[in-house]
Design a protein around this ligand. Structure first.
Ligand code: 5AD
Ligand code: SF4
Length: 439
């Protein structure tokens, strides 16, 4: 058998890219590649890129520049760019960086083996199509190797919401849901390989509407079906839009024990004027009502969110509305970003807020969010949580895992192993994690 070639993948951006990188590695496995963590050993380097914010393309070009000496030392080395920058830039990448052999957008990873073969023949391969078929259907099934206790599973891709700041509808394309049967089969396969927690992924995951055995299924129905899989202990999903939080999905947070009490539900701003300018199609009040209903279903639900400050037209009053919303909700965790104009999006045409003003607002918002995050973590001390152990900790005999609320928790006990789901009493809260003791 030929010696396996080495594939080095660097992943940027969201969890969907993490999932896609695994699928790309599987697809290229069929062409004789195995992955390596060392870029110097690589026969092929793939950058799986993200285009969501600022200067993404420039970062990719400078990263590519750093591979020049490697390519000079090993002329057979192939270099590919995948993901959303590949989708947005296409052929331009090869024009600007002729050392690149392959450019592949997020919807055509199943064509990688053919592209790789073309590249081996000395051709350049560029594919940024949006084919009708499901890219995952064509990807070879992974060998049934054991794997870690947590996994991502993409159930939906693309977005039809067209928030005025966002490139996703352009880079990932229209909303597409994978059929129920394929998702169930993939989940069962993951569980057979040792997975105990699955995070369902989609840019707009709660807009899921996949073909099921008897018509179109919602995300809630899919979750309820997945929950029947023996051995699967936990289900999560991300990322959601408030307008797609339907009654059954809200109810599932209360009555489906395998659905974890942690929800990432971005609102972006607390100002109705800005929400309208963002084309979010909901008000701050509507968002708060959804949170109320979720908390009525599951009182201990921990909330996470995304915020953008300095969106074009944002006044100090608008920003204060965002701070007020954050105070009302009380987030367990959240991400906040300074608005960055993305070429091709409607908001990019509008006059922005001065950078110093945006930076200062980001600073104030992050101070408030960090304070809430710290408080939420400290509130766990003295409570009992369930923790799925994922990896060894830094200290001898220590294991680290996540609680149902997605807090990192470490525990030291010689009887424990990776993949164990244990009840722990939280005894201490550190800067980035909690410490627990077996109960
Ligand atoms: N500028 C700043 N933040 C953005 N996001 C998306 N597009 C932009 C942009 N142009 C943020 C949103 C989204 C998260 C994934 O990234 O908050 O929810
Ligand atoms: Fe982007 Fe808005 Fe779609 Fe989220 S819902 S992916 S922010 S367009």
């Amino acid at each position: 058998m030929a010696k396996p070639k080495k594939l080095f993948i660097k992943t940027y951006g969201c969890q969907m890219n993490v999932y896609d990188s695994e699928r790309m590695a599987e697809a290229l496995g069929a062409s004789g590649y195995e992955t390596t963590a060392h870029v110097e050993d690589a026969d092929m380097i793939l950058l799986n890129t993200c285009h969501i914010r600022e200067k993404a393309a420039e970062k990719v070009y400078s990263e590519l520049g750093r591979f020049k000496p490697l390519k000079a030392a090993k002329p057979d080395l192939k270099i590919g760019v995948a993901g959303c920058v590949a989708q947005a830039e296409g052929e331009e990448i090869i024009r600007r960086q002729p050392m690149v052999d392959l450019v592949v957008g997020p919807q055509t990873y199943h064509r990688l083996p053919a592209m790789e073969a073309a590249v081996q023949q000395g051709h350049r391969a560029v594919d940024t199509d949006f084919p009708e078929d499901d890219k995952f259907e064509h990807l070879p099934k992974a060998p049934r190797a054991r794997r870690g206790p947590t996994a991502f599973l993409t159930v939906q891709e693309g977005c039809d919401k067209f928030c005025a700041f966002c490139v996703v509808p352009y880079t990932r394309g229209a909303e597409v849901s994978r059929p129920v049967a394929r998702i169930l089969a993939e989940a069962e396969d993951l569980v057979a390989r040792g997975v105990r927690e699955i995070t369902l992924l989609g840019q707009n995951v709660n807009a899921y509407h996949g073909a099921g055995s008897d018509g179109v299924w919602s995300l809630a129905r899919l979750i309820r079906e997945l929950a029947k899989i023996d051995g699967l202990a936990r289900i999560r999903f991300t990322t959601s839009h408030p307008n797609d939080m339907d009654d059954d999905l809200i109810a599932a947070h209360g009555d489906e024990p395998k659905l974890m009490p942690y929800l990432h539900l971005p609102v972006q701003s607390g100002s109705d004027r800005i929400l309208k300018a963002m084309n979010r199609k909901h008000t701050a009040e509507q968002y708060l009502r959804i949170i109320d209903r979720l908390r009525a279903a599951r009182p201990d639900l921990l909330l996470s969110g995304d915020f953008i400050v300095g969106f074009p037209g944002e006044s100090e009053t608008d920003f204060e509305d965002t701070l007020a919303l954050v105070r009302t909700v009380g987030y367990g965790q959240a991400y906040s970003f300074k608005y960055s104009a993305r070429p091709g999006t409607p908001a990019a045409e509008r006059a922005g807020v001065p950078d110093e003003v945006a930076s200062e607002r980001l600073h104030r918002l992050q101070a408030l969010l960090s304070e809430q995050q710290r408080a939420a973590q400290e509130a766990m001390v003295g409570r009992e949580v369930s923790v799925l152990l994922e990896k060894p900790g830094r200290m001898p005999g220590q294991m680290v895992g996540k609680s149902e609320y997605l807090h990192a928790v470490h525990v030291t006990d010689p009887t424990l192993g990776i993949g164990d789901l244990v009840r722990l009493k939280i005894v201490e809260s550190g800067p980035n994690s909690l410490a627990g003791r077996l109960v």
